[in-house]
Design a protein around this ligand. Structure first.
Ligand code: GLU
Length: 317
């Protein structure tokens, strides 16, 4: 008798559409959708009722539901794309400047940085993101414009812009970020001028894109480093694997464990309410809903992703 194998049914694009519609209906029924980030006043105005979810398969098929073309603030999602750029510029030497462990502290904490002498735990906490952005601005005179161009290229949407009101708001309320950057500089961990690094960082966070843009922009991470639409090699397969690993272990603030438990895929969130999830070899799934849970992750977004991996019967586990 042939050995029994654990076969996985292929989910058709039309099925993804039905799955997303089912999830959107469930989310609509849920009255409580967290709290919109208020520490950046420009974000506080977004209605909590917004919801979008987009799937981009590695074979190019796409499914979308809700406010999929409405723009929202990228915030910490930008850290995935700046990491890809910095690895391209600095290679593996980048890992001497930033670690690869979950922090177990708030994303903007100074405490850990102090007792670890200015080597941030990972590229997704703010201190790590400042080191990554420093790497970009010190290699590339175009700095923040190159970050914007990278997001445009990866999403295939040349109309994506910085939201200058959000960037200004970030700067005005960015005292903790400034403290972190000055601390890094004092320890000799930033090469560029502090103000230049902060300016690029606030602008990268302010990039306004849609859920559809996000799902497309992340497609190379599900596809061994190759952009699904253009077939351009964005990063090596090895780096794509490593970035996915970092998303899995450090991508959801202080809720990586419960997100892995509930959803089971690498993902990165931002306080604008976006989450980018990756099922390597299969698809990217982007979700946006601006109400955040106590950990700063999109409340409806996490729930929607949990329903998604449950319904399609796929995760990385
Ligand atoms: N611009 C935000 C900050 O640095 C990013 C927050 C986030 O999405 O984690 O405070």
């Amino acid at each position: 008798m042939a050995p029994r194998t654990h076969r996985r049914k292929k989910v058709a694009a039309s099925d993804y559409q039905a799955v997303l519609e089912g999830i959107a209906a469930r989310v609509r029924e849920q009255p409580n959708r967290g709290k919109v980030a208020t520490y950046i006043p420009a974000l506080a105005r977004i209605p909590k009722t917004k919801f979008a979810m987009v799937v981009k398969c590695v074979d190019g098929r796409e499914a979308a539901v809700g406010d999929a073309d409405e723009l929202f603030s990228m915030q910490s999602l930008s850290k995935v794309f700046t990491l890809v750029m910095a690895l391209r510029q600095a290679g593996a030497g980048l890992w001497h400047r930033v670690g690869r462990e979950p922090s177990g502290n708030r994303f903007n904490s100074l405490v850990q940085l102090e007792y670890e002498q200015g080597v941030p735990r990972n590229p997704f906490i703010n201190a790590g993101a400042h080191v990554i952005t420093d790497c970009i601005v010190s290699h590339d005179a175009a700095g923040k414009q190159s970050i914007l161009n990278e997001v445009r290229r990866l999403s295939g949407n040349a109309a994506i812009q910085f939201d200058l009101e959000v960037a200004r708001s970030e700067r005005e309320h960015g005292h903790l970020n400034a403290a972190i950057a000055h601390f890094l500089k004092a320890h000799g961990k930033l090469r560029s001028d502090v103000d230049e690094v902060l300016d690029a960082y606030f602008h990268q966070c302010s990039i306004a894109l849609s859920c559809r843009d996000l799902a497309r922009a992340g497609s190379f991470l599900a596809n061994g480093g190759i952009d699904v639409t253009t077939k351009d090699r964005i990063t090596t397969a090895r780096r794509a694997k490593r970035i996915n690993a970092l998303m899995m272990t450090c991508g959801l603030y202080d809720a990586v464990g419960s997100f892995a438990f509930r959803v089971g895929i690498p993902a990165k969130s931002g306080v604008g309410g976006g989450i980018l999830g990756i099922i390597p070899g299969l698809l990217t799934v982007a979700v946006w809903s601006p109400g955040l849970d106590a950990n700063g992750n999109s409340d409806a977004g996490v729930r929607a992703l949990e329903l998604f991996t449950t319904k399609i019967g796929r995760s990385v586990f």
